[in-house]
Design a protein around this ligand. Structure first.
Ligand code: ADP
Ligand code: MG
Length: 229
């Protein structure tokens, strides 16, 4: 079974008088464990698609099932729980909390799950080891490089062992060598834990690292290459 089934998905933004069609009928099946890049020029609908997959916005047509559950059929509470338990997010601008330490930032998703503090500490240290930042656990994010901050964000996304990680242009603020190492890290986590990754990019280097590449143009899928299952 696909972890994500997207069927005829449409999304139109209404800004003032004008309607802006952002997605115009997207069909996509994403198998468990895929490492999938969504590419396309600016304005092609990448962020809109990721936001819909992440239950951060509502669709105007079609349906999205994640692990067999139609997300439109869930009420607000169920959707929030679903996000908290199953999904991890990585953003272009890291979105770390500046006043918290690295460890405290990574702990946030587990605290939201109400996990025992000892267990939280152990899980955070384990994932910080995996991303190579165990020695920075007590630092504030502002004292780290951009690449290190994005590693913290990847650790935060992975700490609860989500089924799916959504990353919207995770390397856009990084130089190419640093961006490449973030991709290596995500790929390693994909291989080790079988976590499904869907990330957007318009960077050729990032597209080349994906095992499947879905290309959007004006809100439609114009090509889909690579491993589909
Ligand atoms: N909040 C919004 N209000 C109005 N139009 C929007 C909004 N967000 C995105 N759009 C429009 O939707 C289209 C797709 O945008 P987006 O999903 O952000 O594309 P991408 O991430 O590929 O750059 C663009 O035409 C964009 O201008
Ligand atoms: Mg975008």
């Amino acid at each position: 079974m696909s972890i994500i089934e997207v069927r005829g998905v449409r999304k139109t933004y209404r800004s003032g008088e004008a309607d802006v069609p952002a997605l115009r009928g997207i069909d996509l099946d994403i198998g468990r464990g895929q490492f999938l890049a969504v590419a396309g020029p600016s304005g092609s609908g990448k962020t809109t698609l990721l936001n819909l997959l992440g239950c951060l916005d509502s669709l105007d047509g079609g349906s999205i099932r994640i692990e067999g559950v139609d997300i439109a059929s869930m009420d607000k509470t169920a959707r929030a729980r679903f996000r908290r338990e199953k999904l991890g997010f990585v953003f272009q601008s890291y979105n770390l909390v500046p006043v918290l330490t690295v460890m405290e930032n990574v702990a946030i998703p587990l605290e939201l799950l109400g996990m025992d503090p000892k267990e939280i500490h152990a899980r955070c240290m384990e994932v910080l080891e995996e991303v190579g930042l165990a020695d920075k656990a007590k630092r504030r994010p502002g004292r780290l490089s951009g690449g290190q901050q994005q590693r913290v964000a990847v650790a935060r996304a992975l700490v609860k062992r989500p089924s799916l990680v959504l990353a919207d242009e995770p390397t856009a603020n990084l130089d190419s060598a640093t961006g490449s190492s973030i991709l290596d890290l995500m790929k390693a986590m994909n291989a080790k834990h079988g976590t499904t990754f869907v990330f957007s990019t318009h960077d050729r280097m990032v597209m080349d690292r994906a095992s499947r590449l879905v290309l959007l143009h004006d809100g439609l899928v114009v090509s889909d290459e690579g491993v589909r299952t």
